[in-house]
Design a protein around this ligand. Structure first.
Ligand code: SF4
Ligand code: SF4
Length: 300
């Protein structure tokens, strides 16, 4: 039985490929983009989120934790994250939903069973299943098992990937993938490393090789203030994307900074907390720039 760790399964999604889709969010990512708005997907292992503003101080979690990770000392509540094994017992007990365990181990069969429940919606809308994250291809066998079972069932399959991996890993899922969506964030490799934690040579090379396949490809750029919200940055990416013959469209995604409470719940530093989302007019102007490269361009 092939198993993997996911953070969520989202039904009736309309932003992760064509039609109505079921999106499976995998846990674990190979990049550390400083603006990430899904910090709960970065680490591979299950993690406990603690929303202090919801805690009513009932004390139930102090009693059930086998590791003594929740403590009350002199009226002060504390949580020892290093001691937590992610068993989830306290989250099951917390009536106020102040504790949430993010990251569940599921079998590929369980995921496919859930996906198949919405088959009627895929058929009427041209939708299907999308694997997202995090980076779904970090759990390669798990991803491949879900995709091939869905394919056997006649369900359209899509994968959202950063393509930051050896080509052989990416190539492994291509026979069972109907649509690929990948990000190109910055063309300059040093800058890419500075803002995502990894260089981009392998990502660009994988994009070129995907361009030699017949699989439809959607390329996306999250527009982040101070990173790539200027004409030169978007032009450089659009010129590259325009060379890929299988691109369906190029999409600019507007940065939003609505992740502060998630970062706080995981005791993680939110480095993009002070960034302001680009104006709609700026997104339209950058899209126009990209259209100059004879691409179909969409933006959020
Ligand atoms: S069980 Fe929930 S509400 Fe009660 S003390 Fe623990 S975190 Fe707070
Ligand atoms: S998830 Fe388990 S180990 Fe972690 S704090 Fe809760 S009860 Fe303790």
């Amino acid at each position: 039985m092939i198993q993997g760790v996911i953070t969520d399964i989202q039904h009736f999604s309309i932003h992760d490929g064509p039609g109505i889709r079921t999106t499976v969010f995998f846990k674990g990512c190979s990049q550390r983009c400083f603006w990430c708005h899904n910090p709960e997907t970065l680490a591979t292992q299950p993690q406990l989120q603690l929303y202090l503003d919801r805690c009513i101080g009932c004390g139930a979690c102090f009693e059930v934790c086998p590791e003594g990770a929740h403590q009350m000392t002199d009226g002060e509540r504390s949580f020892d994250r290093d001691a937590c094994t992610g068993c989830g017992a306290c989250a099951d007990t917390c009536y106020a939903r102040a504790l949430v365990l993010v990251g569940e181990t599921k079998s590929a069969d369980e995921i496919v069973e859930t996906v198949l429940r919405d088959r009627a919606f895929y058929e009427t809308s041209g939708g299907g299943v999308t694997l997202s994250g995090g980076e779904p291809l970090l759990q390669l066998d798990f991803a491949e098992a879900i995709l091939s079972r869905c394919r056997q069932e006649g369900i359209h399959t899509a994968v959202e990937t950063a393509a930051n991996m050896p080509w052989e890993q990416l190539a492994h899922i291509l026979p069972v993938t109907d649509l690929l969506m990948m990000d190109i964030k910055v063309m300059d490799s040093e800058k890419h490393r500075a803002v995502t934690g990894v260089p981009n040579a392998r990502i660009l090379e994988n994009a070129r090789r995907l361009g030699e396949t017949k699989i439809p490809l959607i390329v996306r750029t999250p527009i982040v203030p101070g990173v790539n919200d200027d004409e030169a940055s978007v032009s450089a990416i659009a010129a590259f994307v325009a060379e890929l013959p299988n691109v369906v469209y190029y999409e600019l995604l507007r940065f939003h900074g609505m992740a502060e409470s998630k970062y706080a719940s995981l005791e993680m530093d939110h480095r993009a907390r002070d960034l302001v989302a680009p104006a709609k007019a700026q997104m339209e102007a950058l899209s126009e720039t990209a259209r100059g490269f004879e691409l179909e361009v969409r933006h959020s």
